[in-house]
Design a protein. Structure first.
Length: 212
């Protein structure tokens, strides 16, 4: 815990200050933690042994449903890290990074580790919502499409097609990105970009050299 400086010198944590006063400065934080850990661990072990709570470990049986490993590619950015999907009865239940991949070498970034959540996450948005009075309210698909479409047409008629900038997401597949670009052409503007082109490790060097 941080403490307010007094006279330009920061005091130590309250616990160590109290212990220092009790032991005349003979104990520091590391010594206190080491002694506390040994004491607590010894008491817990003694209590467990005396109460007969230690039992022989029992072997666990494997799940009855077979787990199939399917090798795939993370779709977040243009690096192309390998994802090993664990599938049971057609349902993606877990994942591991590809250890034989020359890109991620058995590791995931924070977004890659959560790539399964795109389709199976409990917090995944599954219907349109609208912010009304500071609270999100569920609306119908027809209302969402009509309101967004009417607003876009209003902006286009008032300020032209270049008044809107469209950005693509790395969560989209190649096919979705293709349709996104086709829609921009239909809209009549080149004001579009893709998130993976201006982010992530494979483009950091180019962006840094270009923009500083």
């Amino acid at each position: 815990m941080l403490r307010k400086k007094t006279g330009g010198v920061a005091s130590g944590p309250r616990l160590s200050s109290a212990l220092t006063q009790l032991t005349n400065g003979a104990i520091d934080r590391r010594t206190f933690l080491r002694r506390s850990g040994l004491t607590i661990g010894g008491l817990a072990a003694a209590t467990t042994l005396s109460s007969g709570m230690v039992t022989k470990a029992q072997a666990q049986t494997a799940p009855s449903d077979s787990v199939e490993i399917r090798k795939s590619v993370c779709g977040h950015c243009s690096v192309g890290c390998t994802v090993l999907a664990e599938v049971t009865k057609g349902v993606w239940i877990g994942q591991e990074p590809g250890f034989d991949s020359p890109f991620n070498l058995g590791a995931h970034c924070a977004k890659g580790a959560a790539v399964r959540e795109h389709a199976h996450g409990e917090r995944r948005l599954k219907y349109p919502t609208k912010l009304v009075g500071g609270k999100w309210q569920r609306i119908s698909w027809d209302q969402a499409v009509n309101e967004i479409g009417d607003k876009l047409l209003e902006i286009r008629e008032k300020s032209g097609p270049d008044a809107v900038f469209w950005t693509n997401s790395s969560k989209m597949s190649n096919e979705q990105s293709y349709l996104h670009r086709k829609f921009m052409a239909f809209w009549g503007t080149n004001n579009t970009d893709h998130q993976a082109r201006i982010c992530h490790s494979t483009t950091v060097a180019g962006v840094a050299n270009t923009w500083g």
